[in-house]
Design a protein around this ligand. Sequence first.
Ligand code: SF4
Ligand code: SF4
Length: 472
Amino acid sequence: MSNLPNEAFRDTIGTIDDQGKRKFIFPKKPSGKFYEYRKWVSYLLLVILVANPFVKINGNQFMLFNILERRFNIFGFPFWPQDFYIFVLFMIVGVVFVILFTVIFGRIFCGWICPQTIFLEMVFRRIEYWIEGDRGAQIRLSKQEWNADKIKKKGFKWFLFLLISFAIANVFLAYIIGSDALFQMIEDGPLEHLSTIISLSIFTGVFYFIFVWFREQVCIIACPYGRLQGVLLDNKSINVAYDFVRGEKEEGRAKFNKQEDRAETGKGDCIDCKQCVNVCPTGIDIRNGTQLECVNCTACIDECDVIMESVGLPKGLIRYASEDEIEKKTPFKFTARMKGYTAVLGILIGILIGILFLRNDVEATILRLPGQLYQHKGENISNIYTFKIINKTHNDFQNVHFKLVGIKGDLNVVGNTAFKVPKQGMSSGTLFIEINQYILESERTNLNIEVFEGDKKIETTTTSFLSPRSFD
Ligand code: SF4
Ligand code: SF4
């Protein structure tokens, strides 16, 4: 990149002025092939994002992240705290997936999938264009005195932004407390759920602040994923990139002149119209090369294509390409690093699928009561235990009971011998096991206990039984 005109961009951020103050970006309204594709992808993702907490599979919310009650559903699979390792594995697979994608396709996630970009560019920004007009009109409006027109436009925009922020906060809440709880709250009225209403107001305030003011700063300074780019990207990663070889040629970029033949003069194809800069929502100049601020939104590709078409030059001066492809004309290659990440990803997904299929629908734990050893009851030794049965299925378990196997003894549950375990619920209690001391061979005996629902065995668990060292 040594033939670039100046390197001053490295010392500054496009959204901060010389005094260190925030420079508000007024990007030109994008239009073109990629913007149209992104619109459709965004509509689909918005529907998924909003529908996730309201869709149910077998009575389970499709996506639920109830941190408060430690209940999680992913793709309709309920996860209990006991399944936390699967949840962690899910997260690891997600991270490896994003890393792999970043190594190959750069920040494609940011431009096409990230909810922040989708909401900002496809919802809030489009409302802004609708109310305030395109870049020029927005700049004029922001500079003009506060008159009736400005109050009307800004007031209406902020009101709509507040409503949408409130709606997003409700969806966000449905992910956390569950859609049923959210509907119940609406039915009961806000006064019945003051603490939740306070949380809802805070979420609304945060979303409002982000989409009205903070905007691209989330991607530039707050998002940890953005900070990882420097480590993940290399010369072979595909990014939204300016073809500096073609754009600069021997004589560099230059304004368009209808009368001259650029091939003859040695001038580059970039006509320095700066439309790629004007359309950029993070305020950068892609001609300076790959930068951390670039969210790969493709707006500059579309914009430059329109310019190239209008001056009769081939499209694609800004396009998806790797630096090697531009500089050395090397076509895309699946590198050893990419192969390594793909292999790791494949293995993790395999393990995850295996664990999901092998996961028990019922979990039983029987633990000796802490601090208790054993008691003599005539010829028998008795141990006391606490038990917990988790039912992850969608059916209530009736008539649940235990059976001691492999050794003769009595197992008695305190209260009812047979009990219920509700669907997606848990039952716990206390039980005693008594075994004749003469059949115990050591001071610690491992016991197998089967759990039945009626006649059907639903789980087998183990526990230990303590007895005196000698029975003399
Ligand atoms: S839009 Fe294209 S031609 Fe115009 S300045 Fe950007 S790269 Fe150059
Ligand atoms: S440089 Fe291009 S792709 Fe990157 S954020 Fe700006 S407009 Fe989007």
